[in-house]
Design a protein around this ligand. Sequence first.
Ligand code: FES
Length: 80
Amino acid sequence: MIVCSCNRLTDRDVRGCCAQPAGAPARVLDVYARLGCAPQCGKCAPTIAAILRSEKSTLACDCRPQNCNCAIEASGAEAA
Ligand code: FES
């Protein structure tokens, strides 16, 4: 699915950035840079940010499962 029509980026392109050996990009701007482009209109930024949060929440952590807040923190939601 195209997520950025200005740069013709797909959700797979963005998810592919997260799978690189360097790890998931820290910021949305880093996604554009890794894919060799730059934001134009910026309308795709919220969608790219949501994909980043989703991918980060699937990353493994060293926490014990019953105490792990990594996925919650990566999603941007507040922990209870
Ligand atoms: S849709 Fe991505 S910069 Fe315009």
